[in-house]
Design a binder for this molecule. Structure first.
Ligand code: TRP
Ligand code: SF4
Length: 344
């Protein structure tokens, strides 16, 4: 049977945290290993320019670190095509062509884009300068969902594994694919669907949303000591002052929810019992949690260290080549459909 194409990408924000692992990477690896799809996973470096156009000094390093986290987490270049967006100029060409058939207000109305702009403008994420000092919202930023559509349609992908926050973008992608097919009387592009996964949201150590910019994240790459230190800084039940006070796992802000993610049911029950009867103190409870987490990430961290920069670059180079050939073939068709000449 003909396998469907599946595409997803991530912006190169630097070393990824365990929230990225649980929310995204783990799911990608599962999809890859199901062997049901032709999987394309990429680093969205152009997308990172929508907000960070002025600060690109870490861009290359970040691309390598993100890719290292991809492969350490289990993405396998033998099974998936792993590449960098900017190595595939056809994506930019398709972005241009799709921009011709996309009404301006489809992008302007995109609630995900509005949220992103608002959050970024208020310094709520690491990329604080989506609206730079002059308050300018760039043309490129407005094109964010159209560029994302091009990422997907360049490979004629019909499935896009993403979180809830990306659904509005994918709706636009469906609309653009449909509009293109209608205008040119073809069915070249599939109407891509978001493949939503219900994953637990991991809180940051301070109980807020986990984010590099809040300094409350635990990196996939963190060592055992570092993990322990961060787990120790987690806020617990604020009403529990002394170990002899019975705790409440409901009030426990961070460690207990983590137990629910990382420990088995029996262990979770035990923590609850011992916490509520004051047998267990927060200090020991956190120490144990750090051990469980270190155990969970042990292999990934070993694997992470086993690739040097050149090996990571080679993985990308090979992936880029494979992706490029597919993109070139598809763009040839697109030009034909639009009645543009294929000059080469
Ligand atoms: N916008 C996505 C995010 O911030 C990243 C992304 C870019 C993407 N292009 C994509 C995801 C194409 C899926 C498909 O997470
Ligand atoms: Fe949370 Fe554990 Fe402390 Fe109970 S003992 S409040 S579960 S950290």
């Amino acid at each position: 049977m003909h396998k469907k194409n599946l595409v997803s990408g991530m912006r190169p924000t630097g070393e990824l945290h365990i929230g990225h692992y649980l929310g995204v990477l783990r799911n990608w690896v599962e999809l890859q290993n199901s062997s049901k799809y032709n999987c394309f996973f990429f680093v969205a470096d152009w997308h990172s320019l929508t907000t960070k156009y002025e600060r690109t000094e870490d861009l290359q390093k970040n691309i390598i670190e993100v890719t290292r986290d991809f492969v350490a987490s289990g993405l396998d270049p033998q099974k998936s095509t792993i590449y960098v967006q900017s190595a595939i100029p056809e994506i930019a060409e398709l972005h241009l062509l799709l921009s011709m058939v996309t009404p301006n207000n489809w992008a302007e109305r995109d609630p995900t884009l509005k949220d992103l702009v608002r959050a970024l403008a208020h310094g709520k994420t690491s990329e604080q300068d989506v609206q730079n000092e002059n308050g300018i919202l760039s043309y490129g930023m407005l094109g964010y969902p159209i560029l994302q559509t091009s990422d997907i349609l360049t490979f004629r992908a019909s499935l896009v594994p993403v979180g809830k926050d990306q659904v509005a973008h994918i709706e636009i992608s469906r609309d653009i694919a449909r509009r293109f097919n209608n205008i040119f009387g073809c069915d070249f592009f599939p109407e891509p669907k978001a493949l939503l996964t219900e994953t637990p949201t991991v809180k940051g150590t301070d109980g807020g949303k986990m984010s590099k910019s809040f300094n409350n994240d635990i990196k996939i790459s963190a060592g055992e000591e570092e993990t322990l230190k961060q787990v120790k800084s987690m806020i617990t039940d604020s009403q529990r002052i002394k170990k002899s006070d019975p705790g409440s796992t409901e009030r426990c802000e961070v460690p207990f929810p983590y137990y629910k993610i990382f420990a088995d049911n029996q262990q979770v029950e035990r923590v609850k019992r011992e916490c509520e009867s004051a047998v267990r103190g927060c200090f020991d409870c956190k120490k144990q949690l750090a051990e469980i987490m270190n155990d969970r990430f042990k292999e990934i961290r070993i694997r992470r260290k086993s690739f040097n920069d050149d090996e990571i670059l080679n993985i990308l180079k090979e992936g880029n080549e494979i992706a490029r050939i597919k993109a070139q073939n598809n763009l040839k068709e697109v030009r034909k459909i639009i009645k543009l000449h294929n000059w080469n």
